[in-house]
Structure formats: structure tokens, C-alpha cells
Design a protein around this ligand. Sequence first.
Ligand code: ZN
Length: 314
Amino acid sequence: MTTTSSAHGIHHITAIAGPAQRNLDFYTRTLGLRLVKKTVNFDDPGTYHFYFGDETGAPGTILTFFPWAHVAPGRLGVGETEETVFRVPAASIGYWLHRLVERGVAHQAPIERFGEKVIPFKDPDGMRLAIAGLPGIEGEPAWTAGDVPAEAAIRGFHAASLLLEDTARTGAILTDVLGFTEVAREGSVVRYRAGDTKIGGIVDLRGAGGFLPARMGGGSVHHIAFRAADDAEEMEMVRKLKANHGLNPTEQKDRNYFRSVYFREPGHVLFEIATDVPGFAADEPVSALGSALKLPAFLEPRRGAIEEVLPVLA
Ligand code: ZN
């Protein structure tokens, strides 16, 4: 038996951005998230890897970016994460609409989905984002060191939607392996929920047969990661992927703050499974998260050369 009480849902979402400073400014200033880790792409150490989230970078709050200054824009299509939705208190929807207008952020008028009020908007690279106004969450802890007041601050992810040729086989991975259950349908969207996980607990699958395939680039989500409590639960998920779905995930990779496996799900979206442990306080205290450039031990000997090629941040 593996852990039975573990929480499931979205662990983090990783996307591709343009210039690093613009990305940093948008997520910390305009949206008021905390930069919880400033590191590099372990596979391409001349590129930053920014992690934004709540105070501790709890699973379900983490949006991460690889910023490439001269990246070509991506094109939305099937086989990718279409939209990333943040949770905010219901009463703050007006505040957010005003804030997006005031800051010149491209956005749509508020709409209703699954009975929830949602404002879709885009980041400076065209990444599809939204905020959902939810009742009863205003008492939850919020990161408020930025200039977004506590009563409006983002409380992690609400949901992510995937755009797929066909939703059935991806849905089977969510339900059989990743701890989700189908809970609702609206139009071409099937909604899945991970038990009673409140933060990052929803995935919407949107079927759009015949749409062009996605082209990865600036504003595209590179991959979406789902939670496993620990190594044992992650290995049990890997076993099911192999035995029940004929998939062959990568070997486990140590990402310093979590340990991960990756696989391309049947709808071609890159999925990761990431452990809740050890978390972002592994190499700096919670009070100092994001303040220094952190490198994994194997890159520390190259720190000087890496710092020289990374863009300077204000
Ligand atoms: Zn990841």
C-alpha cells in the first residue's frame, strides 16, 4: 500500500516566455505572485528557470517559466495546455477587471463557466490565463508582499484546461492514474476534479477534433505536472501507466525541489508527475525564497560562467 491520504491535482505548470525581466515584472507586480525560486534550466543552464507561487511555493500554486529573450511566439493547437486559471475571492472580480484595464493587460469581459465567474486574459507573451472568482476563499492565506491587497490576492491555481483531439484516453489517465474523477460537462468541455483538493484540483479537457496541432513557442505551456506525495506514490503511478496504458515514462529526475517523471499522454500533452517533497525550502529558508540564484550541486562549479551569460535583473 502507498499513502492513502495524499492530495492529488496540479503540482506546477511550466511555460515558455520572452524576455526574463518582463516575465518577472508581470507575475510579481501585475499578478502579485511571489518569486519562490530563481534558478536555471537544469538541461540548459544559460537560461533562467523562474518559479512563481504562494509564500512557500506549495503544490498547486506554482507557475514556472523558461524565459528566452528571442523566442518565436507559439501557436495554440491540439495537444497542449490551453489555459491556466488562478483562484481569487469572488468579491475581488471587479478589482481584477479594473487592474487588468489599468495595466493594459489584454483580457476579455467576465464570462460564466461551470457556474463560476471567470476573466480570461493573456500575459505579455500571449500565454492564456484566467482568474476565477470563488466564494468562501477570502480567509485563506495569501502572499501580499506585492501591491495586490489580501482580499484580492491569488490563491493558487483553480484549474488548467487541455485542448485535445479527443478527450477519452487523456481522461482515462487522469482518473486511473492521477487521482481525478469526472464531475461535470459543459459544451465540449469535460471537467475532472482531484478529490477535495482545493488548490489546483481541477483539469478541464476540451475536445476540438480537426484543430491544427500546437506549435510550441513564447506563451505556450511546455508541460503540466501532477502531484504525487512521495517517491512510493510516484512509482505506483508509473507502474499503472505502464501496465494499464502502455506508456513508458522517463526515469526519475531529481529537480532539487521535487522528483519527477515525464511522459507524453495519449493526447500529446507533456505530463510530469512531481513529488510534494522536499519543496522549495530545501536550499534556502522560506523567508528568503527567490532572493538568490540557486544552482543544483552539479552546476555549482560552473556558477561564474552561468552568472555571466544570464540576463541581469532589476
Ligand atoms: Zn516541471
